[in-house]
Write a protein that binds this ligand. Sequence first.
Ligand SMILES: CC(C)(COP(=O)(O)OP(=O)(O)OC[C@H]1O[C@@H](n2cnc3c(N)ncnc32)[C@H](O)[C@@H]1OP(=O)(O)O)[C@@H](O)C(=O)NCCC(=O)NCCS
Length: 305
Amino acid sequence: MLQTPKGHALAIQRGTSPEDAEFVYQWSDESDFQPCLADYHIFCRTSYAHIGLADNARVGLLVTHKYDNSTGFLGPFIVKESERGKGYGYLLWQHAMDNFGDANLGCDAVAARVPYYQRFGFVPHHDTQRFRGPYPRHLAKEAARHYQAKYRLTSFAQEDITTLVEFDYKHSGLRREGWYQNWQDRKSTASLILRDTATGEICAMGAIGRAWQPHHYRISPCYARDPASARRMLLELMTRVIETDSEPDKVLIDMVVMLNNPDAVQIAHDCRLAEGLKCARMWTRGLPCPEGISHTYAVVGFECG
Ligand SMILES: CC(C)(COP(=O)(O)OP(=O)(O)OC[C@H]1O[C@@H](n2cnc3c(N)ncnc32)[C@H](O)[C@@H]1OP(=O)(O)O)[C@@H](O)C(=O)NCCC(=O)NCCS
């Protein structure tokens, strides 16, 4: 049992069950994080969900993932609103940090929390912003033209896991085998690879998953070699969702865009998605992506796994 300076006792245990998801998602809802429904199951399977318990009730969560000895990422970090300011968050943080040694650590920080993370050596690298809106019906004709001879479309399930992990690694700097394994297994979402028919080269990779609220979806992630391929991928993902949702008129789509990529911002505006929550992506030892981030059109946000 740990003790905060204000005298509150906290036990920390590893979250492993799907039931842990519900309370976290309710709290995330208050902060409008709108996490992907399956994310927590990935966290339990492949990452470390540090759950804080006070008087046997869940009061906080911090998810971390150690990819290898050199890289890690912090996922959702949240304390129940009524329990904030008692020192629980700090204890969860210290507990989680003990696992990381000298590793390069990444996180997404909401603007108000940037100074908090800076205190622990995180440096803002670039800004991201959430865009949200209904299916862009005004682009439906363009979306319907996807199956041109120029591109060949496959799903993650048809691809070799190494192909997925290595393509993602070039752009994210994270080797997320568990994450992609999970995407390959999922049924209710679209996860797609767009290839150049002539060369076989991957032009774009993207996925969309159900979020916590009904009819709400999140694009996560989308990488592409050029804006045209990104646009095709993003429209394809959005179209898959309205083709399968029981009430397409209620569909809302979230896309977290790196603001350093003007083409990605333009696509979000062209889709008439509204601007929302801004975050800073921060790293303790600099951006680890071999190819930089200029081909990133959407990020997972609080990515782990
Ligand atoms: C961020 C969050 C998880 C912090 O949880 P919390 O339990 O309220 O935090 P604590 O009570 O442990 O810490 C409050 C402050 O005391 C400080 N503190 C607490 N214990 C401390 C200790 N032993 N030594 C030094 N400082 C301490 C913390 O650094 C923090 O500083 P701040 O006032 O600048 O924020 C919580 O506010 C939250 O859930 N916010 C909404 C979700 C969110 O924004 N998550 C972060 C996404 S990036």
